[in-house]
Design a protein around this ligand. Structure first.
Ligand code: PMT
Length: 400
């Protein structure tokens, strides 16, 4: 995977807006990260933001004048509310207070930053930061829904300890996370026009109406792959076993239970796909003669008969006009040996191997990719970062 195929912050022109929240101090670090990565950062602050952090700090970190006033005499034609955003690739408001979200959701423009938001032509991202009750209040949730519907990207917030001493949703994302989100906005659309089908999560094989056999896959890796595919410009369908995850924006999700349900959902859609990525932890067996009534406890042993499930990935790979197939393999030992064997057995061009104990349920992972050219190590990182690297690799293989 060449460095050129990955996102770059070099030369990107960002307008960073700060509103009045304690998290404003984190935006100093965020500015530093942008500058270090080669971005051009113009900072605009609301009057309230200047109560939390001095404009001089942001001026020093960004290396540029900081703007706070709609009537700034440094702008010769007095059009600060237009000019300051026209040459920008993207606007980011971090932290964004409940009041500021309310304002821009309703098109109010009574200071420089809110006026820039409504007069902009570029993308707008906001990173909310507020008390847990303010965040969960119906008014804020309404405003956030309005902003999303208007195409504004809402980053976070996260859950955790808050400056006010309470705990819950409302913390601004950490500077590194916001930085990563912006990187993804600048990612080249390597899979533009491609249709990608992803499986994710565990399957559930019923024993009776209230019991079944499943596994500990959380779906995080598969959902990250679906998100990264959307970011790369693909049209994405996600066939998902039971998870508690939120569907990534722009992804069409189909919920399934058993491996056989997953097979049916995949087979009806796969013919229209260019790429199939099997991240799901599919049960190898199902229970023969699952009961329609709850099994009663008896005195003796209870024996379950298990029959093999269809191998979805192998079936897709065997299709006459098979899409480009990517398999996953979670092993507890002999990762290389078993993963290589799986790639050969399923006759797929690319397989991503991970160590089960470091992959299932975790937010981070490490992958080794096996293809016809050998192996490629993707060191431990958040699953979304690995998913982006995996898709850049897929895109490079498709181009070959
Ligand atoms: O969901 P998370 O908690 O984030 O964890 C992610 C993960 C560990 C589940 C994921 O990274 C992963 O490794 N998934 C594959 C799990 C596995 O070991 O699968 P397998 O060895 O049983 O199957 C190999 C490949 O064939 C997989 O791509 C699988 O989706 C596919 N398969 C397997 C069996 C089957 N009946 N049908 C299939 O399509």
């Amino acid at each position: 995977m060449g460095a050129a195929s990955m996102a770059s912050m070099q030369g990107k022109r960002i307008l960073l807006g700060l509103t009045g929240g304690v998290a404003a101090y984190k935006s100093a670090e965020l500015t530093r990260l942008f500058i270090k990565a080669g971005a051009d950062v113009r900072v605009v602050m609301t009057e309230a933001a200047t109560r939390f952090i001095g404009p001089v700090t942001l001026q020093a970190l960004s290396g540029q004048a900081v703007y706070t006033d709609l009537w700034d005499p440094r702008i010769a034609d007095n059009m600060a509310h237009i000019e300051l955003s026209r040459d920008r690739d993207l606007m980011l408001v971090a932290p964004a207070t409940a009041d500021f979200l309310a304002k821009i959701a309703n098109g109010l423009a009574d200071d420089l930053l809110s006026t820039l938001c409504i007069a902009r032509r570029c993308l707008l991202l906001v990173a909310p930061a507020m008390n847990v009750e303010m965040w969960s209040s119906p008014a804020t949730q309404r405003n956030v829904a309005l902003l999303r519907a208007d195409g504004v990207t809402v980053l976070g917030p996260a859950a955790g300890d808050q400056a006010c001493g309470e705990t819950g949703m409302g913390r601004m994302l950490e500077p590194e996370q916001i930085f990563a989100e912006l990187m993804s906005q600048f990612a080249p659309r390597l899979l533009r026009g491609k249709r990608v089908l992803v499986t994710a999560g565990p399957t559930f094989e019923p024993i009776d109406p209230v019991r079944g056999i499943t596994n500990i896959s959380s779906g995080k890796m598969g959902y990250a792959v679906a998100q990264a595919a959307v970011e790369a410009g693909a049209e994405v369908t996600l066939v998902s076993g039971g998870t508690s995850l939120v569907t990534p924006a722009g992804v069409t999700r189909i919920d399934v239970q058993s491996a056989r349900d997953m097979r049916d959902a995949v087979m009806t859609r796969v013919k229209k796909c260019d790429v199939f990525i099997a991240v799901a932890a599919v049960a190898d067996y199902h229970v023969v003669g699952a009961k329609s009534q709850k099994i009663k406890r008896g005195d003796g042993n209870l024996t379950l008969e298990l029959a093999p499930n269809p191998d979805i990935l192998a079936e897709v790979a065997k299709l006459p006009r098979a899409p480009f197939c990517v398999g996953f393999a979670a092993e507890t030992e002999k990762l290389h040996e078993y993963a290589q064997a799986k790639r050969k057995k399923k006759k797929i061009p690319l397989l991503a191997a991970n160590l089960a104990q470091h992959a299932f349920g975790q937010d981070t992972n490490a992958l080794t990719l096996f293809d016809d050219k050998g192996e490629h190590v993707l060191p431990r990182a958040p699953k979304i970062v690995l998913a982006r690297q995996l898709l850049a690799h897929v895109a490079a293989m498709l181009r070959r």
